[in-house]
Design a protein around this ligand. Sequence first.
Ligand code: AP5
Ligand code: ZN
Length: 215
Amino acid sequence: MRLVLLGAPGAGKGTQAKILVEKYGIPQISTGDLLRAAVAAGTSLGKEAKSYMDKGELVPDSVVLGMVEERLKQDDCKKGFILDGFPRNTKQAEALDNMLNSLGMPLTAALSVDVPFDDLMKRLTGRRTCKACGQMYNIYFNPPKKEGVCDKCGGELFQRDDDKEETIKKRLEVYNAQTAPLIDYYKGKGILKSVAGTGSIEDIFKKVCDVLGLK
Ligand code: AP5
Ligand code: ZN
């Protein structure tokens, strides 16, 4: 499986990617996670990225493309990969096609997770993530048993810096203008699949497996 996950901020790309990773043992490549790790490490790339992320804008293509190429060349991607949050615009999609063609591992599918616009704000303002293990929660839809504490590992939960209402609005605008056109891009290539991203996380995962022909 060499998969791109498409969908608006809050559609559940990361949530579904993590279940696919657990079940099929192929790596998730989230450009958002890679960038946040660079920010936390205080690298020069992280410092540059942070100013864009805090505003809800896309980080420049040159920064993201280099990072993804380096990751895709690692050995564990030979068995497949799930790209989450990348590509984000047509330029990134074209660069990805070129990269993967030269590595001899073209995409097998692009999966669009579709969620009505009105649901996204609540999903994003309610998101909490475990500092220790990365497990995701939502204070409205799937709260932890004890407030602020991870059920899985007891780690502390935090809220992402860009999950503030104003920044979320900007991220949704950027998605509509720059990322949504990729649905047609992949439709044109004949590899687009879609699932409705509303309902329980488990039911959506079943639909994801069905549409991708996974057992
Ligand atoms: P990134 O980290 O990629 O964020 P995003 O695309 O905005 O996506 P999210 O992680 O917010 O949402 P998701 O779809 O993964 O939803 P999740 O599963 O978490 O990007 C952040 C920033 O980094 C960008 O703004 C940009 O600056 C930069 N960046 C990243 N990639 C870039 C690139 N390629 N180029 C340039 N810049 C880039 O779920 C959300 C919440 O909903 C959670 O609380 C979850 O528990 C809940 N939830 C999930 N499923 C359900 C369900 N079925 N029902 C109810 N709640 C649910
Ligand atoms: Zn945890």
